[in-house]
Ligand binder design. Sequence first.
Ligand SMILES: [Zn+2]
Length: 389
Amino acid sequence: MKTVLKTEITVKDICDGFIYNELEGKGLFGLSGKLTIQPEYQRNYIYASDGGKREMAVIESILKGYPLGLIYFNTVSDGNFEVLDGQQRITSIGRFVTGKFAIKDENSMEQYFVGMAEDKKARILETKMLIYKCEGKESEIKEWFRTINIAGVPLNDQELLNAVYSGQFVTLGKEEFSNSQNANIQKWGAYIKGSANRQDFLECSLDWVSKGNIGDYMSRHRFDDNINELKRYFNSVIDWVSTVFTDVESEMRGLEWGRLYEEYHKKSYSPAQVSAEVQKLYGDPYVKNRKGIFEYILGGSADTKLLDVRVFDEATKKSVYSTQTAEAETKGESNCPLCAIGHDANKSKVWKLVEMDADHVAAWSKGGTTSSKNCQLLCKTHNRAKGNR
Ligand SMILES: [Zn+2]
């Protein structure tokens, strides 16, 4: 079977001559009559059922610039095609442009195509579709069609990009990162989530080297005959993580190692000290977010927000509040100890419980515990000023 990717066909082209048959519930023709939308072996149009949510979603995707996914055409005779895969999406688009249904705008008002602002209309009509034109024997086409439909697993983003930018670069990338027989996969799996054959490792390596611009990177390197830069960068990140953190913890999997590498690889760390700190934080019952431990350490163990340290519970707050307030009232001072030593009108103000926040007397990061002995209530202003420690 021969396939050619077409990227220049627009919604406007597809909708030229679009006809929808209400009786049969099928989109019939498009592309100035050259395209048969729902050939005999296709199921009927189903996107208008359940209140039309799916057909509206197709239009909303276009307006937001989201990818519609690949569409497959089968070449039936010179210049004539039928839709192999994508007939529901194409019929949704054709039905919308010909006024068969409305979408809801930001204010939940119904919007038919004809009543839309000109720029929105243009955005829809000028949207380019990713279309594979296939050519093969009928038996081949049907076999293939059955495979993609029965398998029923839609292409994920990376699989789609691999299809769009297919070529030597993708082939080499898959050899390295998508082969579950590759002995390195197990090592990499300590830091990266997902599976090799669904392209998660390839996606991750591309994400790191491109700083998040995968499609752009793939398009620039599409015709390269090597993946040296991709491999070099990926290995630098992995070597760096595994050198700094000698312990392998399950919470390391799927962290943004590419970003952390960029931010911290020029700083030096003592692996032994890092390891001791990792173990200490793992053993600390007040650390709620263990995934944050690694970035916390890399950043110099300062940003406790990353650890989501357990806060004082309501009962503790209430009991500390009553003791503290009773004591303050006998002295005629504010029940916020920082207001009490101040020089303004709040010096003797008695705050309500809801106006105060609980604070660690000895900071958690300096060994202070989250127990009532280490709890004091401060007015909200003073607690904020003291900062997150
Ligand atoms: Zn205060």
